[in-house]
Design a protein around this ligand. Structure first.
Ligand code: FES
Length: 358
């Protein structure tokens, strides 16, 4: 990110005032805005002040613009320090603003930066001959032709370290230079030149209904496939050979949930006309019940085995005990009221003994 501080006091001029011509120009700019909206002219006036001061904005120029527009100085300073188009320190005769944002960065801005550092030193310093200074800035809006730099008021695009270095040599020597793309493309046309209008299929009608033709061809192909098996090539052929030499068992339910009938469940056995409980299960349950009776206690996990449904079934009794069923009230019988606790009785006594309100 660019350093946005005012130049040291030693570099600041004593005063700043617009020239007569620029003062006239400033008045004209201010007059473009309605009464009370003069602050809208802050950027044009700062720009003109920078231009008049040799390409950078001293503190006195910022204050002069604030006075001209009737704005607090701090508000003009906020604008001047926000936009990198305003240089806050002295710049070289050619001020290079190098875009370092992602599109330019991924197209080679880092190499340009390396070259500038090598040739001019760190950013924000004027070269010994006074010709150059440079600064890395954010996107300058010419991403299509990345990487690029702005030198004074012109853009130079599609740069390489070599072409930028050559450009700087030409500028320093006063030789003519080409503004814009350095690879020959016009504006932001595609790399390799504009070819959209030279593609005849774009206007000879051959593209009209092209999708339909593709579908028709695919359909014809399917018809041909139905009569003639396609010739196997490459991977398909090798898979066929492998299947012939090393057959593997099919897994019809691999990866899919498969429903199986619970043929061992009592309900299923009863539905199939079989005994709900298998004889061996019945014998096992009986043996288990006898073991518990003999040893006087259930084995771990047999806590309920003494009166378990399995034991009852084994002994020829219904799975649920008769007394259990009798204990269950019928659906049409309302449940008995809860027994009164000590607390509720005390409350009732209190209510009974309380004097009636009249
Ligand atoms: S990213 Fe460099 S000009 Fe936009």
């Amino acid at each position: 990110m660019a350093n946005r501080r005012l130049a040291p006091a030693s570099e600041q001029p004593e005063s700043f005032a617009f020239t007569q011509e620029n003062a006239e120009w400033a008045k004209h700019q201010i007059a473009k805005y309605p009464e009370g909206r003069q602050a809208s002219a802050v950027i044009p006036l700062l720009w003109k002040a920078q231009e008049q001061n040799g390409g950078w904005l001293p503190q006195k120029a910022i204050e002069a613009v604030a006075a001209e527009l009737g704005m607090p100085k701090i508000r003009v300073l906020e604008v001047a320090t926000f936009y990198t188009m305003f240089a806050l320190e002295p710049v070289g005769r050619f001020w290079i603003q190098l875009c370092g944002t992602v599109p330019c960065d991924s197209c080679g801005a880092r190499e340009l930066k390396g070259m500038l550092e090598k040739r001019l030193g760190p950013p924000g310093h004027v070269s010994a001959d006074g010709n150059f200074s440079w600064l890395e800035v954010e996107c300058l809006g010419a991403c299509c032709n990345a990487p690029m730099v702005q030198i004074n008021q012109d853009y130079y695009e599609d740069l390489t370290p070599e072409s930028l270095s050559q450009l700087m040599d030409d500028l320093a020597a006063g030789r003519p230079v080409k503004i814009g793309s350095q690879t020959g493309r016009t504006s932001s046309e595609p790399q390799g030149g504009a070819n959209t209008l030279t593609d005849e299929t774009l206007f000879d009608g051959s593209r009209v209904g092209a999708w339909r033709k593709r579908f028709e061809q695919a359909k014809e192909g399917e018809g041909a496939e139905a009569t003639t098996p396609p010739a196997k090539t490459g991977e398909a052929e090798s898979a066929t050979q492998q299947a012939a030499t090393a057959p593997r068992p099919a897994k019809p339910d691999a990866g899919r949930p498969v429903e199986r009938t619970a043929s061992d469940a009592p309900a299923q056995r009863a539905a199939d006309g079989e005994e709900p409980v298998k004889p061996e299960d019945r014998a096992d349950a009986a043996e288990r019940g006898q073991s518990i009776a003999k040893h006087g206690s259930a084995r771990p996990g047999d806590a309920d085995a003494l009166d378990s449904p399995a034991k009852r079934v084994a002994e020829g009794e219904p799975a649920a005990g008769e007394e259990s069923r009798q204990e269950l009230p019928g659906r049409d019988i309302p449940p008995p009221p809860p027994e009164a606790t000590g607390a509720s009785e005390a409350v009732e006594e209190k209510l009974d003994s309380a004097p009636e309100k009249k």
